[in-house]
Write a protein that binds this ligand. Sequence first.
Ligand code: URA
Length: 208
Amino acid sequence: MNLYPIWVRRETPAATETLSETIPSLLDWPELKEKVKNCELCPLRAGCKQTVFGVGNEKAEWLFVGEGPGAEEDARGEPFVGQAGRLLDNMLLAIGLKRSDVYIANVVKCRPPSNRQPHASEMAACLPYLENQIALIQPKIIVALGRTAASALLNTDAAISSLRGRVHEHRGIPVVVSFHPAYLLRTPLDKAKSWQDLCLASETVGRS
Ligand code: URA
């Protein structure tokens, strides 16, 4: 079964390849929201309450990408509204941003059962939606929160520790990799490193 919607090419793009080169027929916001709402491309949809599209300023300079909805996100239909989301809100405040200033999305739009990591096939099926969101937003910076987001955006299996501290690219858009807020809740000592990552992202936005 071909899990890919026909409107996005299957191959992983080169980091420098621009979105318009690889996504020939972008959907606009209403079309994309409708498509995600009705998506049944992978088995995750059958096990969740609703799809969680993404939220925020559709013309934001900052895009934060997490892994996938948890229980609270699944219940409310909005990303990062649980405990990890409250930490993310505080991280945003620390760099002078409100939730409504940025855009927040996930790699997969449906909650994986028991909050397990999404499988590669589920990520591959859902990634075109994130790609379309990125193309519509055209952010100045993408902050990849955790390994799943980093691996989806940068096509790598590398550990967060080896990806932090420098600016990567996804289709010409700068990407900074940082810890997932849920990890920071368990490992608060790494909040200082997370602050460094946000400063790097902020400098990158300032340079653009
Ligand atoms: N964790 C994520 O990766 N995304 C959410 O939306 C919530 C928790």
